[in-house]
Design a protein around this ligand. Structure first.
Ligand SMILES: [Zn+2]
Length: 370
């Protein structure tokens, strides 16, 4: 190529655009030999993308959270093909929220004999009202994104609060990312689990054992974590999410107990549902203390005078999660504070069935236990 032409081309190729990772691009890390974690480096960008863990045994491959979007599931499948000739024998779904399974179908298309495993409640929620209500909400996304776009234009959020410059940039990118998000939503598919355990089970992958750990009510009523005792690895699903936890439909008092059980395990690698891999338990302990405090406040409010609804106070904990960053503070309010206040009140009143209502009975919806 003539130097003048090369110089011309370099001046017109948008270098900055090439540097920006695509919305659903995941990066891979090998944690131990044959154990890989894939996740998007920016955990806050919307829509959020869940971490995937691949475990290669002598007999087969286990995938934990194979992808919420088909573009992600395809990358997981490509990574497996690049690392091994062994078949995928188990696809595990940590919980029913779509960002953990609705894009995993490319893996099952390639390995149709693989067991698809979700907790009984998660399986029921995927096939029943909880998933259906999410899809009904998604039908209105065009309108919602128009409103977000208008909020960016006027520099004020829906509630009238001022959007700082970083918040404005965050929501502007969210609007710009919408067409790609929508294209992936059109490809989503809810798989039907073939195994729906109610309790902890262990799977032998050949020279490698994987425990699917159910420790009680937590972020949902049907969470499974992946525990590899020999490798000292725990993948938590959304029981642990960083830097900002998700509170929707959860059970803060019981959730804290689950995290305390996790914190007692001899693990050196913790893969959260979203966010960077952790090598110590400090975030788990912070999260447990936050949830315990919320549950305590909900219990106190419930035993107080009828009609009084004291505000939940997050002040003792919030700076450790948001570090004063306005975007994190906004997301902490939207994804955690608002939903968890309602969830904690239901839990304090003993009305937990209101948090993730099923239309039918879980064991009737998912009668698949081996
Ligand atoms: Zn998630």
């Amino acid at each position: 190529m003539r130097p003048a032409l090369a110089a011309f081309l370099m001046s017109v190729i948008p270098i900055s655009a090439a540097a920006e990772p695509r919305l659903f691009d995941v990066a891979w890390r090998e944690i131990k030999k044959g154990v890989f974690v894939g996740g998007r480096d920016d955990p806050l960008r919307y829509p959020v993308v869940a971490n995937t863990t691949i475990v290669i045994g002598k007999k087969g491959v286990l995938v934990f959270d194979g992808g919420g979007y088909a573009a992600q599931g395809e990358q997981v499948l490509a990574k497996i093909r690049a690392e091994t000739k062994k078949p995928v024998t188990h696809l595990v779904i940590s919980h029913w929220h779509g960002d953990h399974h609705r894009g995993a179908h490319p893996i099952i298309d390639a390995f149709p004999d693989a067991e698809i495993i979700a907790h009984e409640f998660a399986c029921a929620a995927m096939l029943d009202g909880p998933e259906r209500r999410v899809e009904e909400g998604e039908a209105g996304l065009d309108g919602l994104y128009k409103e977000i776009s208008a909020a960016v234009e006027r520099g004020k959020w829906f509630d009238g609060s001022e959007l700082s410059e970083p918040e404005n940039a965050y929501f502007a990118r969210m609007v710009a990312d919408f067409p790609e998000y929508k294209a992936q939503l059109a490809r989503m598919k809810v798989l039907t689990p073939t195994m729906a355990p109610k309790e902890t089970i262990t799977i032998d992958l050949g020279k490698r054992k994987a425990t699917l750990f159910h420790a009680g009510l937590g972020n949902t009523a049907g969470d499974l974590a992946l525990y590899l005792p020999k490798e000292g690895l725990l993948a938590t699903g959304d029981i642990v999410v960083a830097p900002v936890p998700y509170g929707f439909g959860s059970y803060p008092k019981e959730w804290a107990r689950v995290i305390r059980q996790f914190a007692a395990l001899p693990v050196g690698t913790i893969v959260p549902g979203h966010g960077a891999i952790m090598t110590d338990k400090s975030y788990l302990l912070r999260l447990a203390e936050l949830l315990e405090d919320i549950a305590r406040q909900a219990d106190a409010a419930n035993s107080g005078p009828a009609g009084a609804t004291p505000e939940t106070d997050f002040a003792a904990h919030e700076p450790a999660f948001t570090q004063g960053d306005p975007v994190k503070a906004r997301l902490f309010a939207m994804f955690f504070k608002e939903p968890i206040v309602a969830a904690a009140a239901n839990e304090a009143r003993g009305e937990i069935a209101k948090n993730e209502p099923l239309d039918g009975d879980a064991s009737a919806l998912c009668p698949i236990e081996r």
